[in-house]
Design a protein around this ligand. Structure first.
Ligand code: AMP
Ligand code: TRP
Length: 329
């Protein structure tokens, strides 16, 4: 049975990068796989969070999953922290993960900055928890954006290390699924930086809660380049144009080459107008649905409770077998 697990950290507004790089692909896979989509709240607290804001963000992120097209009748949607197996398995896996493997993780280097001595242990062991999330359900496929690739490679190594240590093939080795032209959406203010929830400028990203006027304004203000003449795709020389072309192609469901051909002869500002119209057309229904869902928090809580019940059964079974393999009485 093919099963997918993925998740987003519930830390503030979801943005176009989360949608195009991850959630949209979940939706396209949900009819062919058994699906588990969690709210990665245990991962969220690797950086400081305000408790009330975190609680609110878990519901908002769940609403965003559903508004983007995840079907709560089919997929289990649940907060990671509600299922104790994630943290429990992470501990066991951490006993099979050499420090050298974690030392290579670029995200820790970026997030811990200059002051590594003060970085919390959880930020360092973050990828071990992520491996536990995936193999707790024996997921076979993991759809994510490009930035998670290194963590998934580590997950494969950790699953292999566990299997070798206990002379078993208990955990399947999961496959990353990194799909489409939008695996790495860049900031609208700087074509060399990833679009991110934590960028201090709200103009750097399109949030899934932005209204039509805001979306239009942000694309109008998006950084252009100084190249005269028609729009072309060149990631190195014209990173901003390349990013907008990738967004356009993915929203429209066409290839990058088709997008360039469609814009043939047009200048940057004409292209931005087509992009704005397209983005508004595709995102407005998502935003509207999100608003409706957030007005019915009881419904969201019901979806989450159902998700916990569904995922929890599989997790309990895995943990029973893992404890047996490890030799716990
Ligand atoms: P995060 O916001 O870090 O919890 O990421 C959640 C999911 O969205 C992961 O699968 C990421 O790889 C994906 N993602 C985040 N930012 C981007 C981006 N700028 N472009 C494409 N995918 C992204
Ligand atoms: N680390 C992922 C991110 O920030 C979120 C995440 C946590 C995840 N556990 C996961 C993604 C398991 C896929 C599978 O984007």
């Amino acid at each position: 049975m093919n099963r997918i697990l993925s998740g987003v950290q519930p830390t503030g507004n979801l943005h176009l990068g989360n949608y195009l790089g991850a959630i949209r692909n979940w939706v396209s896979m949900q009819d062919s796989y058994e699906c588990l989509f969690m709210l990665a709240d245990l991962h969220a607290i690797t950086v400081p969070q305000e408790p009330a804001a975190l609680r609110k963000s878990v519901r908002e992120t769940a609403a965003a999953y559903i508004a983007c097209g995840v079907n709560p009748e089919k997929a289990a949607i649940f907060p990671q922290s509600a299922i104790s197996g994630h943290a429990e398995l992470a501990w066991i896996l951490s006993c099979h993960t050499p420090l050298g493997w974690l030392n290579r993780m670029t995200q820790f280097k970026e997030k811990s900055g200059k002051n590594k001595e003060n970085a919390p242990l959880g930020l360092y062991s973050y990828p071990v928890l992520m491996a536990a999330d995936i193999i707790l359900y024996k997921a076979t496929h993991v759809p994510v954006g490009e930035d998670q690739k290194q963590h998934l490679e580590l997950c494969r190594d950790i699953a292999g290390a566990f299997n070798r240590a206990y002379k078993t093939e208990f955990f399947p080795i999961p496959e990353p699924v990194i799909l489409g032209a939008a695996t790495r959406i860049m900031s609208l203010r700087d074509g060399t930086k990833k679009m991110s929830k934590s960028d201090e400028s709200d103009y750097s990203r399109i949030n899934l809660t932005d209204d039509t006027d805001t979306i239009a304004l942000k694309f109008r203000k998006a950084k252009s380049d100084m190249v005269e003449g028609p729009i072309t795709y060149d990631e190195t020389a014209r990173p901003e144009a390349a990013n907008l072309l990738n967004i356009y192609a993915t929203l429209k469901g066409i290839t990058r080459e088709q997008a360039v051909a469609e814009q043939d002869g047009k200048n940057f500002s004409a292209f931005k107008q087509s992009l704005t119209d397209l983005a508004v057309e595709k995102l407005a229904p998502i935003t509207a649905r999100m608003r409706e869902l957030l007005a019915t928090p009881d419904y969201i809580d019901q979806v989450l409770a159902k998700g916990v019940a569904k995922a929890g059964g599989t997790a309990t079974q895995t943990m029973r077998e893992v404890k047996d393999l490890v030799g716990f009485l």
